[in-house]
Design a protein around this ligand. Structure first.
Ligand code: ATR
Length: 285
C-alpha cells in the first residue's frame, strides 16, 4: 500500500456531502480503500446546505466527480437532481450513493445491502430459509428489510410499537418480497421462534440509560442477535444475548460494507474490506 496518495492530473475525485459533515469517517475509510487498491482517487467531504444541492450536482457533472456519498439530511432531497434511480433507492426512498457515468448520474442505496453483506460475512453466511425478526419500522429498517427480501429467507417479520407503521412498511415492500407485520406484544413469541433478531431502533444508543429493545431471555441460544447501533460497539442487548448463548453482530460492519459497495459500484473492483474495517475501528476507538 502507498503511504501517500499521489494527486496528479489523472486523479479521480469522490466526495461525501451532508449537513453537518465534519464528523464523517467516510473520507478516512475510502481514501484508505483507494490507497490499498492502488487506485488514483481522492475522497473528500463537502458541507453542502439543502439550498445548494442543485449547484453541487451541477459541479459534479462539470468536474466529472466519479462518485458521491450522500448523508443526512440530503438522502431524499438529492433524488430529483439525478438522472436515474436504482431499484435499491426506489424501494427505500433514499439515495446514499451516486455513480457518475460520463454525466449520467444514478442514485443507489447501499445501506441495507451493506448491512446484509456484513451479516453474511461476519456471522451467518446463509440466510435462505431463516426466520428473521426486525425490530423497528423507520428508515433504517426499510433498507434492511429491502435487502433481506433478496435472500429468500423463510420468513421476515417487522415488529414495531406502532403497528400501523410496520404494516405500511410491509405493504411498501410487497413488490420485493413478503414481510409480515406485528406489534411489540408479539415480540417474545416471535423471538422464541427466530433464527435472527435485528434491532433497528435507537434503543440502547445512550449508554447512560442502559435500555434494551427486548429481553435477551426471549432469544433461542444459538440464534443471531444483531444491532444496527455501532456506538457503543457492543450494546447491552448484544451483551445479554451473548450471555444467553446467541451469536452477536454489531452495527460497525454496516458502515464498512455500505462504503465497500459504493467503492465497488464506482471502481468495478472488489473492495479491500479488511483495510477499511481496520481504519474505521481505529477511528471509533
Ligand atoms: P431510523 O431512520 O433510525 O430508522 P426513525 O425513522 O425515526 O429512525 O425510526 C425509529 C424506529 O425506532 C421506529 O420504528 C420507532 O418506533 P415508532 O414507529 O413506534 O415510533 C422505533 N423506536 C424509537 N424509540 C423507541 C423506543 N423507545 N421503543 C420502541 N421503539 C422505538
Amino acid at each position: 500500500m502507498q503511504d501517500i496518495i499521489q494527486v496528479d492530473s489523472h486523479t479521480v475525485l469522490y466526495a461525501v456531502i451532508g449537513d453537518p459533515i465534519r464528523h464523517s469517517k467516510s473520507p478516512l475509510m475510502l481514501n484508505r480503500a483507494f490507497a490499498e487498491a492502488g487506485i488514483n482517487g481522492v475522497y473528500t467531504a463537502f458541507h453542502v446546505k439543502k439550498e445548494q444541492l442543485g449547484d453541487f450536482v451541477a459541479g459534479v457533472r462539470a468536474m466529472g466527480v466519479r462518485g458521491v456519498n450522500v448523508t443526512i439530511p440530503h438522502k431524499l432531497d438529492i433524488m430529483p437532481h439525478l438522472d436515474r434511480i436504482d431499484e435499491s433507492s426506489r424501494a427505500i426512498g433514499a439515495v446514499n450513493t451516486i455513480v457518475n457515468d460520463d454525466g449520467v448520474l444514478t442514485g443507489y442505496n447501499t445501506d441495507g445491502l451493506g448491512y446484509v453483506r456484513s451479516l453474511k460475512e461476519e456471522v451467518e453466511p446463509e440466510l435462505a430459509g431463516k426466520r428473521i425478526v426486525v425490530l423497528g419500522a423507520g428508515g433504517a429498517a426499510r433498507g434492511v428489510l429491502y435487502a433481506l427480501t433478496k435472500e429468500r429467507p423463510g420468513a421476515i417479520t417487522v415488529v414495531n410499537r406502532t403497528l400501523a407503521k410496520a404494516e405500511a412498511l410491509a405493504r411498501d415492500l410487497a413488490p420485493y418480497g413478503t414481510v409480515a407485520a406485528a406489534d411489540s406484544g408479539a415480540l417474545a413469541r416471535l423471538c422464541a421462534d427466530a433464527d435472527i433478531v435485528i434491532n433497528t431502533t435507537s434503543v440502547g444508543m445512550h449508554p447512560s440509560t442502559d435500555e434494551v429493545p427486548l429481553d435477551a431471555g426471549w432469544l433461542r441460544p444459538g440464534a443471531v442477535a444483531s444491532d444496527l447501533i455501532y456506538n457503543p460497539m457492543v450494546t447491552r442487548f448484544l451483551r445479554e444475548a451473548e450471555q444467553r448463548g446467541c451469536r452477536i453482530h454489531g452495527g460497525l460492519g454496516m458502515f464498512v460494507y455500505q462504503g465497500a459497495l459504493a467503492f465497488e459500484y464506482w471502481t468495478g473492483r472488489p473492495a479491500p474490506v479488511a483495510a477499511m474495517r481496520e481504519v474505521v475501528l481505529r477511528a471509533f476507538t
